[in-house]
Design a protein around this ligand. Structure first.
Ligand code: TEU
Length: 556
C-alpha cells in the first residue's frame, strides 16, 4: 500500500460561497479562491477540494446541479475556473472537484425531459413509481423532512428524492445514466483536475422493489439510510467508473459514504479493488444521536471519548494494509471540531484545537482540513432561527417543532446551535476588518461574532497560533513514512480521559497522547527517557503529567 501521491497528501476543503468574496455580492467566488491561493499554499497542503461550483438553483447550496459543464454564475465562469486551476497547479496545488451524481437538480435538462411523459427517452434517467391508494410508493423519509417521494401531476407518478424535492435521484440501473456520468467526469478530468470527492456515492444502488423501511417508532416517515446505503450494485458501478474513467488518469477519488462500515470500505478502497482510493466514513461524527430516533442527529449531548476512540481505532485497524482512510473532524455538513469534540471556551480553545489536530493528523490516512479549522474557528452560536440558512436545519425545525411538535423552540435552538451545518458555513475569518475581510457586501450568512479574536491575519503574526501548529503537523507528515505508512495500536481503549495510540514502522515508534479533559491527569506509561518529543501543544514536557488538553508525540 505504498507510493500513491494521495497517501502522503493533505487536503484543504474550500466551501467557495463562504471562503472569499471578490465582487461584493456577499457570496464567496472562484476569483476569491484564486486571491487566497498563497494563503492555502503557505499552510503547506497539497490538494484543494472545492465544494460544488456548477450551475445550480442553489436549493441545497450547489448540491442540486442543473448543468455539470457550466459554472454557477455567482461563483464566476469557466475562464476564471481555468485561471484558478492553472494558478493552483503553478503553485504545486492539486484541485479535486465535488462529483454529485446520486441526484441532479430538478432544473437539469434530463429531469425536465424525464417528467414530460412516461415515454420520454429520459424517463428512466430517474426513479419514477406509481403510488398506492393515493399514497407514496413507500415510507421512506427525506433527509430534509417529509417523504422521499414527490407526486408529479403531469404523468401521475411519484419520483424519488432522498434529499430535497429539487434533488431527484438518478437511476443508476440505467446504463445510459452511467455513460452520461462517465462523460461529464471526463469533461473535467480532460481539463486537468486532479480527482473527485463523490457525494453520497454509496447511495446510488437502490434496493430491489424499493420496499418499506423498518419503522419501529411508527414515525411519520422511516429512516431511509439503512435502505439505500451500500446497495447491492455499488461495487459494480464503482468498478465500471474506475475501468471506464478513473483508471485512465493519475487522480484521486474519495467517496462520501454515510453508514458504510470498515468491511465495506476494504472493498471500496482496496488497492487492487479497482474502485476508489478512500472513503469518508461517518462513524466518529455520528456518535451523539438523540435518544428519540424521530429526532435523529438533533441533540446537544457531548461526544463520549471512549466511543470516539472506538470508532476511529476500528477504522484505523480495519483498513491498515487493506484500504485507505480519510481523516477528518469536520466539513461543510458538520459542526466545528473545536466546539463539538474540544472546548471552544476562550481558556481552552487554542489548546484543544491543537490537541484535536495532533490526535487526527498522526493517524494513518489522508487528512482533510476544512476551511477555518486551521484557525480554530468555532460553532456560530446563533440564537435566532432567522440566522440559519441551511435547508436541512430549517426543514428539521419545521418538521420537528412546527409539524410534529416533538420538542419546543428553545430545545431545538439548542440542538441547532450544536449540530446545524451552518455552524461550518459562516464566512471565513480573514482579519478583524468589517465582515472579517470576507466581503464588502452583505454576507449571505452571518459571520461568527468572534472574528475579531479569531482570524487568519492575527494567526499569521503569531508563531504559536493554531495555523502554524497545523503547518507543523503537515510538515511532519510530508517527511515521515512512519506517519504515512505506520501501523496503528490503540492504548487503553477504556480510558475516558486520554486518547493514546502508537504507530510503528521499520523499527521506529510514535507514541501519541492526548488529554481530552480540562484537568491535569497522570499516566505513568507516558514518561520515559528513551524518547524524543516530536510535537506538543505546550512549551514544556512534564512527562507522565498531562495538563488540560495537552497533546504530545514522542518518537523512539
Ligand atoms: O451529504 C450527505 C449526507 O449524508 C448529509 O445529508 C449529512 O449526513 C447530513 O447533512 C448531516 O446532518 C452530502 C453533502 O455533503 C451535503 O452537503 C448535501 O446536502 C447532501 O449530500 C445532498 O447532496
Amino acid at each position: 500500500m505504498k507510493e500513491k501521491w494521495w497517501q502522503k497528501a493533505v487536503v484543504y476543503q474550500v466551501y467557495p460561497r463562504s471562503f472569499q468574496d471578490s465582487d461584493s455580492d456577499g457570496i464567496g467566488d472562484l476569483a476569491g479562491v484564486l486571491q487566497r491561493l498563497p494563503y492555502i499554499k503557505k499552510l503547506g497542503v497539497d490538494v484543494i477540494w472545492l465544494n460544488p461550483i456548477y450551475k445550480s438553483p442553489d436549493k441545497d447550496n450547489g448540491y442540486d446541479i442543473s448543468n455539470y459543464r457550466d459554472i454557477q454564475p455567482k461563483f464566476g465562469n469557466m475562464q476564471i475556473f481555468d485561471k484558478l486551476l492553472n494558478e493552483a497547479h503553478r503553485l504545486g496545488l492539486k484541485i479535486v472537484m465535488d462529483l454529485v451524481v446520486n441526484h441532479t437538480s430538478d432544473q437539469h435538462k434530463w429531469f425536465k425531459e424525464s417528467r414530460k411523459s412516461t415515454s420520454n427517452p429520459y424517463r428512466d434517467f430517474y426513479v419514477w413509481r406509481d403510488g398506492h391508494d393515493g399514497k407514496a410508493p413507500n415510507n421512506w423519509g427525506s433527509y430534509f423532512g417529509g417523504s422521499t417521494w414527490k407526486y408529479d401531476e403531469a404523468t401521475k407518478q411519484y419520483y424519488l428524492h432522498l434529499f430535497a424535492e429539487g434533488q431527484p435521484d438518478l437511476n443508476w440501473e440505467n446504463p445510459e445514466v452511467r455513460e452520461q456520468v462517465w462523460e461529464l467526469m471526463r469533461f473535467w478530468l480532460d481539463k486537468g483536475i486532479d480527482g473527485f470527492r463523490m457525494d453520497v456515492i454509496n447511495f446510488i444502488s437502490k434496493p430491489e422493489g424499493l420496499p418499506d423501511a423498518p419503522n419501529p417508532k411508527n414515525a411519520e416517515y422511516a429512516d431511509v439510510e439503512p435502505m439505500v446505503a451500500d446497495g447491492a450494485k455499488v461495487n459494480d458501478y464503482l468498478k465500471e467508473m474506475n475501468d471506464r474513467v478513473l483508471s485512465k488518469y493519475d487522480v484521486m477519488s474519495v467517496g462520501e459514504m454515510p453508514s458504510s462500515k470498515p468491511e465495506d470500505a476494504v472493498q471500496y478502497t482496496g488497492l487492487n479493488a479497482g474502485e476508489l482510493n478512500m472513503v469518508f466514513q461517518f462513524d466518529h461524527v455520528t456518535l451523539a444521536f438523540n435518544d428519540d430516533p424521530r429526532l435523529g442527529k438533533w441533540n446537544d449531548k457531548p461526544v463520549k471519548l471512549v466511543a470516539l476512540k472506538e470508532a476511529l481505532s476500528r477504522w484505523q485497524q480495519a483498513l491498515d494494509g487493506k484500504g485507505w482512510n480519510s481523516l477528518y473532524w469536520n466539513n461543510h455538513d458538520r459542526a466545528r471540531a473545536v466546539s463539538r469534540f474540544g472546548n471552544d471556551s476562550p481558556q481552552f480553545r487554542v489548546k484543544s484545537a491543537k490537541m484535536l489536530a495532533t490526535t487526527l493528523h498522526m493517524m494513518q490516512g489522508t487528512p482533510y482540513i476544512y476551511q477555518g479549522e486551521e484557525l480554530g474557528m468555532t460553532n456560530a452560536h446563533f440564537t435566532d432561527l432567522k440566522q440559519y440558512q441551511d435547508i436541512e436545519s430549517l426543514e428539521a425545525y419545521h418538521q420537528i417543532v412546527d409539524k410534529e411538535g416533538l420538542i419546543g423552540h428553545d430545545t431545538m435552538m439548542r440542538y441547532l446551535a450544536t449540530e446545524s451545518r451552518d455552524n461550518a458555513r459562516t464566512p471565513m475569518q480573514w482579519d478583524d476588518s468589517k465582515n472579517a475581510g470576507f466581503t464588502d457586501g452583505k454576507p449571505w450568512l452571518e459571520l461568527n461574532k468572534n472574528y475579531r479574536e479569531i482570524n487568519a491575519a492575527k494567526e499569521l503574526r503569531d508563531k504559536d497560533s493554531v495555523f502554524y501548529f497545523y503547518k507543523h503537523l503537515i510538515d511532519l507528515r510530508h517527511n515521515s513514512d512512519l506517519i504515512v505508512y505506520g501501523n496503528y495500536i490503540e492504548l487503553d481503549p477504556e480510558d475516558d480521559e486520554i486518547f493514546a495510540y502508537k504507530r510503528q514502522y521499520e523499527g521506529k515508534t510514535l507514541l501519541v497522547i492526548s488529554n481530552f479533559t480540562s484537568k491535569d491527569v497522570v499516566r505513568e506509561y507516558v514518561s520515559g527517557t528513551d524518547r524524543k518529543l516530536v510535537i506538543s501543544n505546550y512549551d514544556d514536557d512534564l512527562g507522565s503529567k498531562l495538563r488540560p488538553y495537552e497533546s504530545k508525540v514522542y518518537l523512539y
